[in-house]
Design a protein around this ligand. Structure first.
Ligand SMILES: Cc1cc2nc3c(=O)[nH]c(=O)nc-3n(C[C@H](O)[C@H](O)[C@H](O)COP(=O)(O)OP(=O)(O)OC[C@H]3O[C@@H](n4cnc5c(N)ncnc54)[C@H](O)[C@@H]3O)c2cc1C
Length: 448
């Protein structure tokens, strides 16, 4: 028996690929929630459909794209990104570094001059330098101070000097002099960044993706099955309620700190150093409250898809308007909005009414909402964990934990299983990768 812990995209994809690779070995996905999908679930209520903040498909891998297209087919529509940044009272196009026009002239001048000066210095080659050092070296102090540092300080609730640059290199676009200068002069920039275009279902929200995948593995899926502990020595998993299941191999997509605190039987040998629970204690993350709003006006925010808010004068770091991506998400004549507030793991989270007041106040000050707009529905949903903090503890702990768990037949996959910054595409691909890893292990083959 292969047990897959967690029925988000990574777990579902692992089950699908295990069935392909090892059709004769029984497998079972154990999902704590009432339905599978994890962070990619969608919620329907009163004619509105909400994802857990925006969930857009940036598919760069051919296999992943074919996999998703096979599941969703005609339901997928291509979308040109319309993202903005609210900075110093102006609404800039995204990405910031290539769209400085609109900021006060002295700020534009500082950003451009600091960028040119930074280009004289080498880019740090070590991804373990601090995020702050990396941002200043690649973009210059102006762009770092105006956008990259405050935006990420808000998102991670950490000083960017404490974070490393391990997660950024592929996702943050590196501009050329031409792009920065043209953007500073207000000349149109060509599509930049990792997500100038994306795919999204015409209706139903992103939840149609895990739902379609779950249908294909439904015989191997159990919902309302919360894993509370794993005995790695006896190879047994205990579910909430006391049920015990044996296994040969585990694929875990559960948040790594949770798993490390609940695996028994791997500590005890002094030469192995820290206990798994101690390792778990070194990992850090931020939580996000997604305040979902239904608003009685179509096409709010002038049709923009989402806006970043780096400034301290706004209590949220981003607000998205998903019905501008797919109008079917809102009931007729209405819009949806997702206002994202980040919190540290131990920070107190205000109640929904307080968050609603803060959201409405901020969105009105930003000119997104009018006084006459009425909120017809609101729901606050907590994403915990949401963003893995790449601080100096993270990578050594994750690598050591992964090795120790693998030695006990526990394979890791997914954004939180591998404790990383990643997207839906990677979750699907890691499902395949981990299924191959398990198949090799069961055949007694070494990793390539
Ligand atoms: C704010 C935000 C915005 C994002 N936007 C995008 C985007 O636009 N595009 C994109 O591609 N990606 C986006 N992502 C990333 C994307 O959501 C993830 O990469 C992907 O959904 C991860 O899937 P997963 O299966 O690894 O994890 P999850 O979806 O977290 O699945 C893990 C599953 O494990 C279950 N579980 C937890 N504990 C237990 C337990 N004890 N027992 C049993 N089951 C348990 C959970 O219920 C969950 O279903 C975003 C992420 C966040 C936080």
């Amino acid at each position: 028996m292969i047990l897959v812990l967690g029925g988000g995209l990574a777990g579902l994809s692992a089950a699908w690929h295990l069935r392909e690779l090892l059709p004769d070995v029984p497998r079972l996905v154990l999902e704590a929630g009432e339905e599978p999908g994890g962070l990619c679930r969608s919620f329907r209520e009163d004619g509105f459909t909400f994802d857990l903040t925006g969930h857009y498909l940036h598919l760069r891998d051919e296999y992943a794209e074919a996999f998703v297209r096979r599941l969703l087919g005609e339901l997928l529509v291509p979308v040109e990104r319309r993202a903005r940044i609210h900075a110093r009272g102006a609404l800039l196009e995204f990405p910031f570094q290539a769209n400085l026009h609109g900021l006060p002239p002295e700020v534009v001048a500082r950003c451009v001059l600091d960028f040119l000066a930074a280009r004289e210095e080498p880019v740090p080659g070590d991804p373990r330098v601090s995020f702050e050092t990396w941002a200043r070296a690649v973009f210059g102090d102006g762009i770092a101070d105006e956008f990259l540092l405050p935006q990420n300080r808000k998102l991670y609730r950490r000083d960017p000097a404490e974070l490393t640059a391990e997660w950024v290199s592929w996702s943050v676009p590196r501009p050329t002099v031409e792009e920065v200068v043209r953007g500073a002069l207000g000349l149109p920039a060509r599509g930049l960044g990792y997500n100038p275009r994306f795919l999204y279902p015409r209706e139903g929200g992103i939840g149609v993706l895990p739902a379609a995948l779950a249908r294909e593995v439904e015989d191997d899926l159990r919902t309302r099955a919360r894993v509370v502990s794993v005995d790695a020595r006896e190879r047994r998993v205990v579910l909430e309620g006391g049920e015990v299941l044996g296994y040969e191999r585990i694929v875990s997509t559960l948040p790594l700190p949770y798993l490390l605190q609940r695996v028994r039987g791997l500590d005890g040998c002094p030469s192995r150093g820290r206990s798994l629970a101690e390792m778990a204690g070194e990992l850090s993350w931020s939580r996000v409250v997604d305040l979902q709003l239904g608003i009685d006006r179509a096409g709010i925010a002038d049709g923009v898809h989402w806006i970043y808010f780096p400034g301290d004068e706004f209590p949220f770091y981003r607000a998205g308007f998903p019905s501008n991506v797919a109008p079917a998400l809102a009931s007729p004549g209405c819009s949806t909005a997702s206002v994202e507030f980040a919190f540290g793991p131990r920070e107190e989270i205000p109640g929904e009414d307080e968050l609603l007041d803060r959201a409405l106040d901020g969105l009105r000050r930003a000119g997104v909402l009018r006084r006459s707009d009425r909120v017809v529905l609101h729901r606050a949903r907590l994403l915990d964990p949401a963003y893995v903090a790449y601080d100096r503890a993270r990578t050594p702990v994750v690598e050591a934990a992964r090795e120790r768990l693998l030695g006990a037949g526990i394979h890791l996959a997914g954004r939180y299983g591998r404790w990383q910054y990643s997207f839906m595409e990677r979750a699907l691909l890691e499902g395949r990768e981990v299924a191959e890893e398990v198949a090799r292990a069961l055949r007694g083959e070494a990793a390539p």
